[in-house]
Design a protein around this ligand. Structure first.
Ligand SMILES: Nc1nc2c(c(=O)[nH]1)N[C@@H](CN(C=O)c1ccc(C(=O)N[C@@H](CCC(=O)O)C(=O)O)cc1)CN2
Length: 301
C-alpha cells in the first residue's frame, strides 16, 4: 500500500487500545473509590462459533481492564423463561453493573422480550427501548457500542462534524438508527438509506460521511463516493477465499476501489469491530459509576 493510502486508514485496533487504557485507569479509580470492581455479566445462549469468539474476547478484555467478568454460557435448548429468570437475577445482583445478552439468540427466544427485561441502568448494549428513547431525545443513557465506536473514530479523524452530509446505509435498531441519531446530534445532515432507497449510488455520492451497515459484502463501490469522503465500514461478512475451502472477512464496502477515492476509511478487519468491545467496556464503567453514585471525571473516557 502506498504511504498516501496508508494515511487514509482509520485504525480501529489502536484506537480501541487507547480507549481500553483509559477504561483501565478509570476502573482502578472506581475500585479505590467504591471498594469493589466494576462488573460485566455476559450471557451466551447456544454454540454459534462467532458469538463464542466475541464472548470469550469480551470476558478477557473485561478482566484485562481491571473489571469483574461474569460469564453465563447456556445451552441452545434454554427456554425463554429460563433466560428471563437469569436476567432478573443479574438485574438484582449488586456486583453486576452491566448486562449483555449476546445476539443472535436461538429462534425460539424472543430477542425483544429479553432486551426489555434488562434493567435500562445496566443495559450497556444500549438496546433497551428506554435507552433508544433517551438517545432520540438527547438524554443521557447508554448508546449501542458499534455506532458509538464509529462516532468516536469519526470525531477523532474529522474534529467537528457540524453541517456535514452523512449517509447511513442500513436501518437496524442496533446500528443504523442509533448511528443516524448520533450524527444528527453532531449537527450532520443525515440520510438513512436502505434496501428500498432509489439510486443509492447517487445518494451516497452527496455524502461527506458514509456509514455502511447493510450486511452485504462489498456492496458500496469506490465510484459511488464523493472524492475525499470519510467511509466507516460496519460490515463483517465471511466470504470464500481464493484458496479452496478457506474464507476471508470483508466489509460492506469494496475496500480497494473505495480506498482510491475516500479521504479516510476503516478497514475490515481492524476497523469498527475492535471498537465494539472497547466501547462495551467503557459503557460498563459508566454504568458502574452511575449505579454507585460516584462522579466520573469529565473526559476520562
Ligand atoms: N449483544 C450484542 N450482540 C452482538 C453485538 C453487540 O454489540 N451486542 N455485536 C455483534 C458482534 N460483536 C460483539 O458482540 C462483535 C463483532 C465483531 C468484532 C470484531 O472485533 N471483529 C473483528 C474481526 C473478528 C473476526 O476475525 O471474526 C474486526 O472487525 O476486526 C467484535 C465484536 C453481534 N452481536
Amino acid at each position: 500500500m502506498t504511504e498516501a493510502n496508508a494515511s487514509k486508514l482509520i485504525d480501529g485496533k489502536s484506537f480501541a487500545e487507547g480507549l481500553r487504557a483509559r477504561v483501565a485507569t478509570a476502573a482502578s479509580r472506581f475500585k479505590a473509590a467504591v471498594g469493589r470492581k466494576a462488573g460485566l455479566a455476559v450471557v451466551l445462549v447456544g454454540e454459534d462459533p462467532a458469538s463464542q469468539v466475541y464472548v470469550r474476547s469480551k470476558g478477557k478484555q473485561t478482566v484485562a481492564c481491571g473489571m469483574s467478568s461474569f460469564e453465563h454460557k447456556l445451552p441452545a435448548s434454554t427456554s425463554e423463561a429460563e433466560l428471563l429468570a437469569l436476567v432478573a437475577k443479574l438485574n438484582a445482583d449488586q456486583a453486576v453493573d452491566g448486562i449483555l445478552v449476546q445476539l443472535p439468540l436461538p429462534d425460539h427466544v424472543d430477542e425483544q422480550k429479553v432486551i426489555a427485561a434488562i434493567s435500562p441502568d445496566k443495559d450497556v448494549d444500549g438496546f433497551h427501548v428506554t435507552n433508544a428513547g433517551r438517545l432520540a431525545v438527547g438524554q443521557p443513557g447508554f448508546v449501542p457500542c458499534t455506532p458509538l465506536g464509529c462516532l468516536m473514530m469519526l470525531k477523532h479523524r474529522l474534529g467537528s462534524l457540524d453541517g456535514l452530509d452523512a449517509v447511513v446505509i442500513g436501518r437496524s435498531n442496533i446500528v443504523g438508527k442509533p448511528m443516524a441519531q448520533l450524527l444528527l446530534a453532531e449537527s450532520c445532515t443525515v440520510t438513512v438509506a436502505h434496501s428500498r432507497t432509489r439510486d443509492l449510488p447517487a445518494v451516497v455520492r452527496r455524502a461527506d460521511i458514509v456509514v455502511a451497515a447493510v450486511g452485504r459484502p462489498e456492496m458500496v463501490k469506490g465510484e459511488w463516493l464523493k472524492p475525499g469522503a470519510t467511509v466507516i465500514d460496519v460490515g463483517i461478512n465471511r466470504v470464500p477465499a481464493a484458496e479452496e475451502g478457506k474464507t476471508r472477512l470483508v466489509g460492506d464496502v469494496d475496500f480497494a476501489s473505495a480506498l482510491a477515492v475516500a479521504g479516510a476509511i476503516t478497514p475490515v478487519p481492524g476497523g469498527v469491530g475492535p471498537m465494539t468491545i472497547a466501547v462495551l467496556l467503557r459503557n460498563t464503567l459508566v454504568a458502574a459509576y452511575r449505579n454507585a453514585g460516584v462522579v466520573l471525571e469529565k473526559d476520562a473516557l
